[in-house]
Structure formats: structure tokens, C-alpha cells
Write a protein of this length. Structure first.
Length: 146
């Protein structure tokens, strides 16, 4: 399994996709921060600012990951629901991770550090294998249908 992962990461196309993923992720984080801070400056509470900034950053993330990272055009009907399901699943597992590590008494900073590392790694893997997985082309049979 580790050898397979190392082999995949040695592929320049995968490494470049990972780099694009990181750049888009940083950009979306900045969208979240600037939106949230702007809303705070308008007098909104932090929770309200988060509830607005988070979906805004998710929409930006979806379209940027789709077009820039995974280079997919169209297919919104297929990829948008998958993105929502994947994002909800990743967030649920992240919450369970934080709760579990907190429950066993792990240091809070270490817990948050592990959580912060988990999310982008899980997101790249899940979006690569599920959300934005390329559809195999339909192969035509050499024989005509009988």
C-alpha cells in the first residue's frame, strides 16, 4: 500500500495536481477569512459570519477544485452532489477524530494539529477517488450487438 502510494506520488501529473490542490485550498481559506472578517467588520457575530463565509468558500472551492485542480469541465450534475456528500463525510470524520482524541485525553493543541492535517489529506484523496474521479470512456465492443 505504501509502495503504491509512493509510486503514484512519483508521477509528475499527480504531484502537479497536488500542488494545484494546495494552491486552491489556500485560496479558498483566504476567501473564507476575508469574507468572515468583512462580515465581522459589518457588525455580524462570529457564528453568523462563519455561517455565511463557510458556504461561500465551499462554492468557490467546488468550482476551483473542479476546474483548476482536477480540470473537469461540465458534469455539475454528477460532481456537485458528490462534492457535498464528500465534504459532509470528511467533516463528520474530522469531528469524530477531534471528539475521540479529546475523549482519550490527548493535548488539545495536538488534537487540533492532527485535525488540521487530516482535513486536506482526506479531502485530496476523497475528491480524487470519488468526487472528481474521471469517468471511464465507454468502450465499444468489436462485435455488433446481436
Amino acid at each position: 500500500m505504501i509502495a503504491d502510494l509512493a509510486a503514484r506520488l512519483s508521477d509528475p501529473a499527480i504531484r502537479f495536481r497536488l500542488l494545484r490542490f494546495i494552491v486552491v485550498g489556500v485560496g479558498c481559506t483566504l476567501v473564507y477569512l476575508f469574507t468572515g472578517i468583512g462580515l465581522l467588520k459589518l457588525g455580524l457575530a462570529a457564528t453568523t459570519a462563519h455561517l455565511i463565509a463557510y458556504p461561500v468558500s465551499l462554492v468557490v472551492s467546488y468550482f476551483a477544485q473542479k476546474r483548476i485542480t482536477f480540470r473537469i469541465e461540465g458534469e455539475v450534475r454528477r460532481t456537485a452532489p458528490r462534492f457535498l456528500i464528500a465534504t459532509a463525510g470528511i467533516a463528520a470524520v474530522q469531528l469524530a477524530l477531534v471528539a475521540s482524541l479529546s475523549r482519550i485525553g490527548m493535548d488539545a493543541r495536538t488534537t487540533l494539529l492532527l485535525s488540521a492535517g487530516y482535513y486536506p489529506a482526506a479531502s485530496f484523496i476523497v475528491h480524487s477517488l470519488f468526487t472528481f474521479r474521471q469517468q471511464p470512456e465507454i468502450r465499444r465492443s468489436a462485435r455488433p450487438d446481436a
